[in-house]
Design a protein around this ligand. Structure first.
Ligand SMILES: N[C@@H](CCC(=O)N[C@@H](CS)C(=O)NCC(=O)O)C(=O)O
Length: 220
């Protein structure tokens, strides 16, 4: 099957799909576009106008969670737990985590009030995840799973922001999440899921947005 992932370098949803494709050792081509100024061919095939979009032969698959599930479905190794209840719980927490991207967007772009509300919202969610996460390396134990890929872009962006500021969004109060974040960010496929220098692009993006977060940046 010929696979082409239509992508945008800074997109956390693209990153989730890339991690699964890499973890499953699936061959694919990657094409970068700017979804804010998409080419006509993309507009013609994308129902939502959003990336990621996966072209599988002549078929179009959209929505990052569906692309990730598809990549898992066509692989021998299942990155979900086999137990139906555990799998459902993993999927539920993946969906729960997706709302954190709205918080991250508001944290990067918002004025002081929006930033404060977004931080409160994000940390209330992290607290809930901390309460159900145990001391296992990954979410389900020693093996990296779909849910670990789903959280990777969140932890990566939090670690960038903490590095760029005086730990403005430190998660050190959450012991289980801190350890889990460290384990996820050390995985090769997670590190390889972003282009080199993307952290600098993220820094520049924070500066360019001129939100409250840009006032917290410390010179590198
Ligand atoms: N629910 C979508 C969200 C994807 C998304 O928001 N992608 C952004 C880039 S990170 C995008 O394409 N934005 C352009 C737009 O919304 O017009 C998914 O999970 O694939």
């Amino acid at each position: 099957m010929k696979l082409e992932l239509i992508s945008f370098k800074l997109c956390p949803f693209v990153q989730r799909a890339i991690i699964i494709l890499k973890k499953q050792k699936i061959d694919y081509d990657i094409t970068f576009i700017n979804p804010m100024d998409p080419p006509d061919w993309f507009k013609a095939i994308s129902p939502t106008g959003q990336v990621p979009l996966l072209k599988a032969n002549d078929e179009v698959i959209f929505e990052s969670s569906v692309i990730s599930e598809f990549a898992n479905d066509i692989s021998e190794n299942d990155l979900h737990p086999s137990d139906a209840i555990q799998k459902a719980k993993n999927r539920a927490w993946i969906q729960f985590s997706s709302t954190m991207f709205d918080d991250l967007f508001n944290l990067v772009t918002g004025d002081e009030e929006t930033y404060a509300k977004a931080k409160e919202s994000l940390f209330a969610k992290l607290k809930k995840v901390e309460a159900i996460k145990d001391t296992n390396t990954f979410f389900n134990g020693v093996d990296f799973a779909m849910i670990d890929a789903a959280f990777a872009p969140i932890f990566m962006r939090l670690s960038w922001i903490n590095e760029f500021t005086d730990n403005a969004l430190s998660i050190s109060e959450f012991n289980n999440l801190s350890a889990w974040s460290g384990a996820i960010l050390a995985v090769d496929e997670v590190q390889d899921s972003v282009s080199e220098g993307i952290d600098d692009v993220y820094y520049s993006n924070i500066e360019a947005r001129e939100g409250h977060l840009s006032t917290l940046l410390v010179d590198e």
